[in-house]
Design a protein around this ligand. Structure first.
Ligand code: NIG
Ligand code: FE
Length: 409
């Protein structure tokens, strides 16, 4: 069965996250994994194969652990400018919402981003992407949302696509036109939503720039009715749906997004049980963003117990952005999910693999070590997969594998 494999990893312990493997982490011990045509072709216990007769290129994992490549299912990593001054303002007492209402916040990043060319956006974003990749991210979602006009939103998405072409990582893009109200539409939020639905979404689709839409459903952003119009336009164009909801208040945005079959709803600190039930019924992933909770010094915890009770899949992502989560480390996000939200290390790693993949609408392709899946894998020098959420600031990656090929960040 290994005879047709181009590459084989031997003597590996696997955290498969395959639900059919009914053990914590979907763990399989002392295995061999064979890969060809970018996909996992075979997984078998070492004792069933004759190590002397293996074809292809063989890597001896020497008892290390293979996990699925990490999936960062929520990032705003393409942007220009810095918000360090706002960090200072907040430390002197201003709140995130106050800064936003005074024209700072998201709008300050919009000003800087509109001035940048696609090339500049790529160059400015590359260090952030590289930081994620070095820690094991093999798939990343990147949003627009700092352009807020047709040209600049498309430029952000073009930059995101280019990053995916230049680096060994899968990039999934989300058009977050409805992120904040641009100054040109000061008193006309509905007019801006018209632009998003009638011009921006069709233009992005025509260029193949967007995999999904995203919205910010919040008192300082867009109402549920406005978000619903964006969801309808997305459905008409065959795009996936995701949404920032229940971050600063409960607008019932999660239930709305679930009604439209959203892949994921994100943040969720103010989510209530009715919202959780709606997610469970729709199979929508709850994406937790502990970096934003930490950085905004939030105190309202997302309802983890209710999400568990209703078996809603939980993803964990960085929310990497200049304002609320300047965090280019999915490993640290996993640790924060444990320390701040009380996820178990297994839930945190599942959230950065299997359920991250589901949050991107790619559950059948990535996020598990399973025959047929894309061979995006990480080989770690660790004794146990709980170490990946436990420790931060050290990087125990021995090998990073994308589409079956060892690759450096
Ligand atoms: O995910 N919630 C809205 N958007 C971002 C913050 C963006 C910003 O402050 O620049 C978030 O937290
Ligand atoms: Fe976000």
């Amino acid at each position: 069965m290994f005879e047709f494999c181009e590459r084989i990893w031997i003597n590996a312990n696997l955290a498969t996250f395959d639900p059919a493997v009914e053990r914590p982490y979907g763990a399989l011990f002392n295995q061999a994994v064979g890969v060809s045509d970018s996909r996992i072709q075979v997984i078998a216990p070492m004792e069933t194969l004759d190590a002397a007769r293996l074809p292809g290129k063989v890597t001896d994992a020497r008892g290390g652990w293979l996990t699925p490549g990490l999936v960062d299912a929520h990032s705003h990593l393409v942007y220009a400018g810095s918000r360090a001054k706002e960090f200072e303002q907040r430390l002197l007492g201003a709140s995130y919402e106050e800064i936003a209402r005074q024209g700072g916040g998201i709008l300050s990043t919009v000003r800087a981003t509109r001035e940048a060319s696609v090339k500049q956006l790529v160059e400015l974003s590359e260090p952030r992407l590289k930081a994620l990749l070095a820690e094991g991210v093999t798939s990343v979602e990147i949003k627009s949302g700092y352009g807020l006009n047709v040209e600049s939103e498309l430029n952000m998405l073009r930059a995101a696509r280019q990053l995916g072409e230049r680096h060994p990582v899968r990039v999934s893009t989300s058009l977050l036109g409805a992120h904040a109200l641009p100054p040109e539409f000061q008193d006309d939020a509905d007019g801006y939503i018209d632009l998003v639905c009638n011009e921006l979404i069709p233009a992005a689709v025509a260029e193949g720039l967007a995999d999904a839409v995203d919205v910010f459903c919040e008192t300082i952003a867009f109402s549920p009715a406005q978000c619903e119009r964006v969801f309808q336009a997305a459905q008409q164009h065959g795009l996936g749906i995701r949404a920032h909801v229940e971050q600063l208040s409960n607008q019932q945005g999660a239930a709305l997004a679930a009604r439209y079959g959203a892949w994921s709803v994100d943040h969720l600190e103010w989510l209530d049980e009715a919202g959780v039930e709606a997610l469970a019924a729709a199979g929508t992933v709850a994406t937790l963003l502990p970096g934003a909770f930490y950085f905004l010094r939030d105190t309202k915890l997302p309802p983890i117990e209710l999400l568990r009770k209703h078996r809603v899949p939980m993803a964990v992502a960085t929310d990497l952005n200049p304002g609320s989560s300047p965090l280019a480390s999915l490993r640290l996000a996993m640790n924060m999910a444990c320390t701040l939200f009380r996820l178990t290390p297994e839930e945190a790693l599942a959230g950065a693999t299997r359920f991250g993949a589901q949050a991107l609408g790619q559950a059948g392709e990535i996020g598990q070590l399973k025959v047929g899946m894309r061979a995006d894998m990480l080989l770690w020098d660790i004794e146990h997969p709980a170490e990946l959420a436990y420790q931060f600031g050290v990087n125990p990656i021995r090998q990073r594998i994308v589409d079956g090929e060892p690759s450096h960040a």
